[in-house]
Design a protein around this ligand. Structure first.
Ligand code: GAL
Length: 833
């Protein structure tokens, strides 16, 4: 049913009264029972789970173990165990809720989940990254005990090219609403007209009526600004037929909108109210941002009419020592570190992200490429999603777009990363019958649509089909994909369904892109794959380490660490500097998503065990920036930057390459123990300067100057023996909500208080007060100790301990001790709101 309402625009200056709590969206993450193992009877209500472990979600059971080569995920999947796990939760709903409709919303379970309530099977969902809802209402007992049971099967391994985590690793919500309510992901807000002067806000609302009679309602859509003030509202009557979803369209007109941008991510929200007989029966909020954008084939990306280069990073979803268990503060910290580097874009490689990530990207101003799949029908690892793709791809892709399409931060949909079906040398005959049928069935539905050419390969048709699903649900954003066959013969390109051509790597084809793709727009969906270990340097710094030498040849070396001089990359990649040089220079390159912002668990290319996490990050797994972070900061921000490296603890007489990244200056001068070692100036397309210096202990100092005036200076001193521990918290005050985190860095200092950059002392952490140590890390990809252990060896002089609040406020004291060192403690205050 489609109800188009006449527009009644009511301009009001009255502030919006607080809506009653009509819709209850309760955090449903506390007090679950967990069992690692399988027991078919656990789906039943009467099952005795008294011996099971009690925990709060989000929960990732894989991260709780030590790393081991014997885990079937292999180091590629993070060398942590999978298996089968069960979760159960008892809950009681008030008798007064009888007559309401009650849903359970899962933001994501990895993977193959099956859910029961009171012994009734609700459904199964193989995809580990998708959000989904079940209706509990028919099976609930009000005023009595109810039980939810969830079985999670991550036993078939390997099923991922990176670390997935296992379990109910994202949030869960219990949603109680009136039988007439805004449907799941039931609003779609777009701005068909948007400019600095005015905006037209189109609000499509899906209203579900689960009663068996038609319901007359009034639908209010109220635009509220970032300060919570009502700006404008529209009201329309609607009649929702029995057991139907009614679709209502309303338009708001706004003068001088406050536009959303990466530097000023201004958010409005649309409050939806359903009223019946003068009583509000549902309220629903849709945060929105008003912006307009375009991609130009010659000039790149424009946001609100201004040229913006996309300076993005790809990231996987794990949060280092927290595993993949979602934590809003941990995601926010990652984004803060990236934002401070000048990064303005995130690619959710290669799967639907946590909703919290998108909320934060909206609020913090990132240009997001939201990605659906890493494979279609052709598998990349033995037990991956390809087995579910034929049955589930339509549903999964649809649910992704419906969930995410209101986020102003999303500017592109990616229908896949390096999909094997792209390759033009793979013949159609190698497709299995099921795939061919699936695609051909779709082709038969294309009668009304324009098929670009009659002889399209089935793989091109599949690309067309996926793009079509996206465009039906959201015509406002372009569809792209990440491709490593960068020739026009690529089956995905031949579909002509890609509105922006996405290249992964292959920088030789970037500059002359228009020779082969004359009318196309270009985004570098992925590039670089440089290899670095924080604080580890291979000299001379102008020698290049291409590891592995070939992607298909085994590779190893005794020390599993890579050089932080931006002189190491995989054979299909480049250095950070080379990538940025091209992206910066050519306007037709809309931007780039560097592989990767943060190191992630799994894919320890170029090594294998005992390595178990990646070397690709600009920032290590613990959240410590590697040196190249400052190259980006000097290029991607306006703030004054001067970064000097490496450390100054070497063998006497050893030749050391000293690099500096800087900006906003004409020259830099290096001094060793007060003696000038010369001035350096970056030439046109250089991003660092270098001095080759025989090591002599003491103080290395660099000064940057503009017009002869000092801009910044930096000093590095040779450190002596470790004497004591120094602890520093990223935040000394956290919320006593059982979720908030403080990331505490441990370093050791010598007798003079100089940090020892090469220290590897073992730190033992203990905590007093109302907090918990939820993880420790040091950024070393070869450390096989469980990241949940409260002890950690320093790596290149650093480790982090992550402290989480409990719901009881008060003082938290974290203590660190280590053999032969003075111990240290730090105090955090956990505050109740
Ligand atoms: C790309 C791929 C990424 C990652 C990267 C490592 O080809 O898309 O997922 O594997 O290589 O260099």
């Amino acid at each position: 049913m489609k109800v188009f309402c006449g527009l009644i625009l009511i301009f009001t200056l009255l502030s919006c009264s607080t809506p009653e709590k009509i819709r209850d969206r309760a955090d449903f993450t506390e007090n679950w029972k967990f069992y690692l193992g399988d027991d078919a009877l656990a789906s039943q209500s009467q099952y005795d789970d008294s011996q099971w472990r009690v925990l709060n979600l989000p929960h990732d059971w894989s991260i709780e173990s030590d790393f081991s080569l014997s885990n079937p995920a292999t180091p590629g999947g993070g060398a942590l165990p999978g298996g089968i796990g069960w979760y159960r939760k008892e809950f009681t709903l008030n008798k007064s809720s009888q007559g309401k409709t009650v849903y359970i919303d899962f933001d994501g379970i990895y993977w193959n989940s099956t859910v029961w309530v009171n012994g009734h099977l609700l459904g199964e969902r193989p995809n580990g990254y998708i959000s989904f809802r079940y209706d509990l209402t028919p099976y609930l007992k009000f005023g009595e005990k109810n039980t939810i049971a969830v079985r999670v099967d991550n036993s078939q391994q390997p099923n991922s090219r990176w670390y997935s985590g296992s379990g109910i690793y994202r949030n869960v919500w219990l949603v109680t609403v009136d039988p007439v309510h805004v449907d799941y992901n039931g609003t779609y807000v777009t701005t068909p007209v948007a400019s600095k002067d005015s905006a037209e806000i189109k609000i499509v609302t899906n209203i579900r009526n689960v009663t068996d009679t038609s319901q007359a309602i009034e639908l209010y859509s109220i635009l509220v600004d970032a300060d919570g003030r009502e700006v404008i509202q529209v009201k329309a009557p609607a009649n929702i037929a029995a057991s139907q979803v009614g679709i209502t369209e309303q338009v708001l007109k706004l003068q001088q909108p406050h536009l959303w941008s990466v530097d000023d991510p201004y958010m409005y929200k649309v409050i939806t109210r359903i009223s019946q007989d003068s009583k509000i029966i549902d309220t629903y909020e849709t945060p929105i941002g008003i912006r307009f954008f375009s991609f130009d084939k010659d000039k790149g990306f424009f946001l609100n009419g201004e040229s913006v280069k996309i300076k993005g990073v790809c990231n996987h979803h794990d949060l280092g020592c927290l595993g993949s268990a979602v934590n809003t503060r941990a995601i926010e910290r990652q984004l803060e570190i990236l934002k401070a580097m000048g990064c303005n874009g995130i690619r959710t490689s290669h799967n639907p992200p946590a909703p919290e990530l998108l909320d934060l990207c909206d609020k913090m101003g990132f240009i997001v490429m939201d990605e659906a799949f890493d494979m279609w029908r052709k598998k990349k690892s033995p037990h991956d999603y390809s087995q579910y793709f034929p049955e589930w791809h339509e549903r999964d892709l649809t649910d992704l777009i419906l969930r995410d399409r209101n986020h102003p931060s999303i500017f592109m949909w990616s229908i896949g990363n390096e999909i094997l079906e792209q390759w033009s040398h793979i013949d159609a005959d190698t497709l299995d019958l099921q795939q061919a049928n699936m695609v051909l069935n779709f082709a038969n539905t294309l009668d009304k649509k324009t098929i670009p050419s009659k002889d399209l390969h089935v793989n091109s048709l599949l690309a067309l089909k996926l793009a079509d699903i996206v465009k039906e649900l959201d015509p406002t954003r372009p569809v792209t994909s990440g491709n490593n066959e960068t020739e026009p013969s690529n089956h995905i390109f031949r579909s002509e369904a890609m509105e922006i051509i996405g290249f992964n790597y292959h920088e030789n084809n970037w500059v002359n892109f228009h020779e082969k793709f004359p009318d196309q727009k270009l985004i570098i969906t992925e590039s670089t794959s440089a290899l670095m270990s924080r604080g580890y340097y291979i000299m001379p710094s102008d020698s290049m380490n291409i590891w592995p030498e070939r992607w298909d040849k085994p590779f190893d070396r005794p020390v599993h660490q890579c050089s932080s001089y931006d002189n190491s990359h995989v054979p299909w990649g480049t250095t950070h500097e080379d990538t940025w040089r091209m992206v910066k220079k050519y306007d037709h390159i809309s931007g780039v998503y560097i592989w990767t912002g943060f190191d992630y668990l799994g894919e320890p290319t170029p090594f294998w065990w005992p390595s178990r996490s990646s070397y690709f990050g600009i920032i290590d797994l613990a959240g410590f920036p590697k040196d190249v972070y400052y190259m980006y900061q000097s290029e991607w921000t306006d703030k004054d930057v001067l970064h000097l490296f490496p450390h100054w603890n070497w063998q006497e007489g050893q030749l050391v390459d000293v690099w500096a990244y800087y900006n906003n200056a004409d020259e830099v001068e290096l001094y060793l123990n007060g003696q000038s070692l010369g001035k350096r100036t970056k030439k046109d397309d250089e991003f660092h300067v270098c001095w080759r210096v025989p090591f002599n202990k003491g103080t290395l100092k660099v000064v940057s100057r503009k017009n002869g005036k000092e801009v910044l200076s930096r000093e590095i001193k040779t450190a002596g023996k470790p004497v004591s521990i120094r602890l520093t918290a990223d935040r000394n005050r956290i919320a006593a909500d059982g979720k908030d985190l403080s990331f505490i860095t441990a370093e050791v200092v010598d007798a003079k208080g100089t940090v020892v950059p090469t220290a590897d002392n073992l730190m033992k952490f203990s905590l007093e007060g109302n907090g918990v140590i939820v993880g420790t890390d040091n950024g070393d990809p070869t450390d096989s100790l469980s990241l949940k252990k409260p002890e950690r060896r320093l790596f290149s002089g650093k480790a982090v301990a992550v402290v989480q609040s409990t719901k009881k406020g008060g003082k938290i004291v974290l203590k660190a001790s280590s053999d032969n060192l003075e111990s240290s403690f730090i105090e955090i205050s956990s505050e109740r709101k």
